[in-house]
Write a protein that binds this ligand. Sequence first.
Ligand SMILES: *Cc1c(COP(=O)(O)O)cnc(C)c1O
Length: 432
Amino acid sequence: MILYSTNNKENTADLKKAVMKGLPEDNGLYMPSEIPQLPKEFIENLSDYSFQEIAFTVSKTLLQGAIPELELKKIIENSITFPAPVVNLNEDMSVLELFHGPSLAFKDFCARFMAQLMSYFNRDEDKELVILVATSGDTGGAVAAGFHKTPGIKVVILYPSGKVSHLQEKQLTTLGHNITALEVDGTFDDCQALVKKAFLDEELNKDIRLSSANSINIARLIPQSFYYFEAYKQLKTNKKVAFCIPSGNFGNLTAGLLAKNMGLPVHSFIAATNDNSVVPDYLSTGKYKPRPSVPTLSNAMDVGNPSNFARMNDLYCSTWDIMKEDVKGYSYTDKATEIGVLEVKNSFDYVIDPHGAVGYLALKDYQKTNKDVHGVILETAHPSKFLPDVERILDMKVDVPERLAILADKKKESIPTSIEFNPFKNWLLKNF
Ligand SMILES: *Cc1c(COP(=O)(O)O)cnc(C)c1O
């Protein structure tokens, strides 16, 4: 498998380099140079396959021998370890629940698959790989759970003390084994600055094999394509199918486009955003104007310059009129989002989180003019991740899944850290 940089197709890498490096030097994003077609027979008989078998066939086809089949099978078995069920709201609308993993969000699929790939590519190295991650809360939880007990890999998570939620902190600080949490006496930006400095420090990089769990790593995108096939398999409709994707950095949507390009018959994609509507604005005007993000209720989508837009553009050869045929954009205010959460509860007796609610509103608007299309909303996180807001909007108690609830009693273990670089560096040198 060859990948190229979206900034320069001459700048290529194999899968190992793309995964271990994360980003090309030219600041583009890695994209597969070829997107192979899945056999028609496979697409027509998806229901004969388990989720793991689907993931195996899709990845085998996409990776084109970059990983031997037996090894790839193991990677899939270790990363696709929870289901992605489709729940029907009514005849025309379904929800694809992507929150059955340890941190209750779709990012669990990404983190686990990336951990397995990195562990595979690191297998012949004498030295362990040390992953540094700065987190404002959410990503860190998925990365910690995804990399937990992965052979040959240690993870150091830096989080701002007192600035993540209680449960988020527990997700970062209670796993132990190969996961260490540094509690930084500063902000998220301070955490990020420490990590960036570490990557640039020659002495550190000579002694330690450092890597990042970057959100734009191609290893995170690939597993996101699997669940589109898994969802399609579960649908009981003769209608055309649209996927509606609550979006921030547009990784999920890009992975859907990848699935379509490999042969999944998707009629359209609906890009649903909150007030951070750079992509819906692009789809309606043809002008891409990134801008600073504004905070909203669906905060995992507060992105002002979505990183995967470069990949979407690449798939459409930077041609606006073709992209807007396949991708429809909608955006909603927080006020509308609250009404969406309420409406889904009242109409379908389903508790949806604020991100999913943005998706619901977009699908409803889309179907006003597309009555012949069945829509699948990606429910990107469990509503209990946004407990105070959801309980306030619905004026009721929301169940917290046991895997999150049990964290409350676990003991936090973190290492207090200042925002000075040298003590951090010395700690790394001493411990790895
Ligand atoms: C990360 C995240 C998103 C945004 O996904 P992208 O792939 O970046 O568009 C949406 N909802 C939730 C709950 C998330 O955690």
